[in-house]
Design a protein around this ligand. Structure first.
Ligand SMILES: NC(=O)c1ccc[n+]([C@@H]2O[C@H](COP(=O)([O-])OP(=O)(O)OC[C@H]3O[C@@H](n4cnc5c(N)ncnc54)[C@H](OP(=O)(O)O)[C@@H]3O)[C@@H](O)[C@H]2O)c1
Length: 339
């Protein structure tokens, strides 16, 4: 049994981690933290919880005194790195669900998060935790930056085509829709019920959303040259789920079958990425799971492919993928706790 801790167990990703970890037979939860709700029992916040229900939330400072093998950071960016550094220097492995360990370069982080990186010394060690693309690098690693939710949906759709060398020069265009849990538990003027219910609107369009930084990092790595992105995220009146429509300019005259074949070949044998042959992916089919559903087709009359991608932002886009990363880092079966 490995000892696991969660920092930020009262947020949406922390809650989802508790759900997955409670089904994982090879771990024990040694702490879950909250600064505001320390002292409360988990059963008071999460009455549905079976295992761990009698554990009590503690503060981050108290957690530093607990013996633990791996911690999940479910904290705002900046806070993640601050706490991550404390645990890393104590020899504890870290999976950060926030953005602080997703970049290999501190200047790139500062460009997108508008603050200096709090512990740049660890960035050389971190790996981008997109398991289907970095599995070998993640195994045995002590710090992993779990990808963002929009980036997970987008990159799983786009990377196979860049790797196959069929994407023409020019920006990749992504139109994505997210459920409101993507914005975290605290409502804001633009995310509370009345603003979001029965409507849909775009926000941070073009290249202004901070997820563009990590997406361009990974798209460019795969192309082997700078790859730009035009990204239009939308907030939709649903609790969870992301649907991304990824438009790729094509270098060659490929058919829909060719495009589907590229996805089938790249993800053959993957347990959590499925290629739909005829249906368009729906977020409903991914809810509460670690699945990514993909479909590719050729757009008639123009040299472009449209790849659609659906995930649960709290599943494959956060906690599910974080468990997959933990499994690789600790040498468990990659599927443990996720089926
Ligand atoms: N929501 C998603 O779909 C999603 C997907 C992928 C990645 N992420 C990333 O995952 C991280 C967590 O997201 P979330 O949606 O779970 O956020 P959330 O619902 O807003 O929860 C934030 C958590 O962080 C704790 N916290 C806040 N400020 C803190 C501070 N200064 N010091 C220590 N703890 C603090 C809160 O605890 P208390 O208030 O109880 O103290 C709470 O448990 C973020 O970096 C987010 O960008 C989120």
């Amino acid at each position: 049994m490995k000892k696991i801790g969660i920092l930020g167990a009262t947020g949406y990703t922390g809650e989802e981690l508790l759900r997955y970890l409670s089904r994982h037979s090879e771990i024990e939860l040694v702490f879950a933290t909250s600064e505001h709700d320390a002292g409360k029992a988990l059963r008071d916040l999460y009455p549905w919880l079976g295992r761990f229900r009698d554990s009590h939330l503690i503060t981050g400072e108290q957690a530093l005194n607990v013996t633990v093998d791996l911690v999940f950071l479910c904290l705002p960016h900046g806070e993640s790195a601050r706490w991550g550094e404390k645990f890393l220097t104590r020899g504890v492995k870290v999976v950060d669900l926030g953005a602080d360990f997703r970049f290999s370069d501190a200047a790139h982080y500062q460009q997108w998060y508008h603050q200096p990186h709090p512990c740049p010394g660890f960035l050389a060690e971190t790996v981008y935790g997109l398991c289907e693309w970095y599995r070998d690098e993640i195994r045995g690693r002590r710090v992993v930056g779990n990808p963002g939710c929009y980036p997970t949906a987008t990159l799983l759709a786009a990377l196979p085509f860049l790797a196959a060398g069929v994407v023409a020069e020019g920006p990749i265009v992504v139109d994505a829709k997210s459920g409101v849990s993507g914005a975290g538990k605290s409502p804001t003027r633009t995310t509370h019920y009345v603003e979001v219910n029965e409507g849909i609107s775009a926000y941070k369009v073009g290249r202004s959303h901070r997820h563009v930084g990590e997406m361009e990092q990974e798209l460019s790595r795969r192309r082997g040259a700078p790859q730009s992105l035009v990204f239009t995220p939308h907030l939709t009146p649903m609790s969870r789920g992301i649907l991304a429509a990824v438009y790729l300019p094509l270098r060659e005259d490929l058919s829909g079958d060719d495009l589907q074949g590229i996805l089938q070949t790249r993800y053959a044998g993957e347990r959590f990425v499925r290629i739909l042959e005829t249906e368009q992916p729906s977020t409903r089919w991914t809810a509460h799971s670690n699945l990514c559903l993909l479909h590719a087709e050729r757009i008639s009359g123009v040299p472009m492919a449209l790849v659609t991608s659906a995930i649960d932002n709290l599943g494959k886009g956060a906690a599910g993928q974080a468990i997959q990363n933990m499994n690789l880092m600790l040498g468990f079966s990659e599927e443990a706790g996720l089926l």
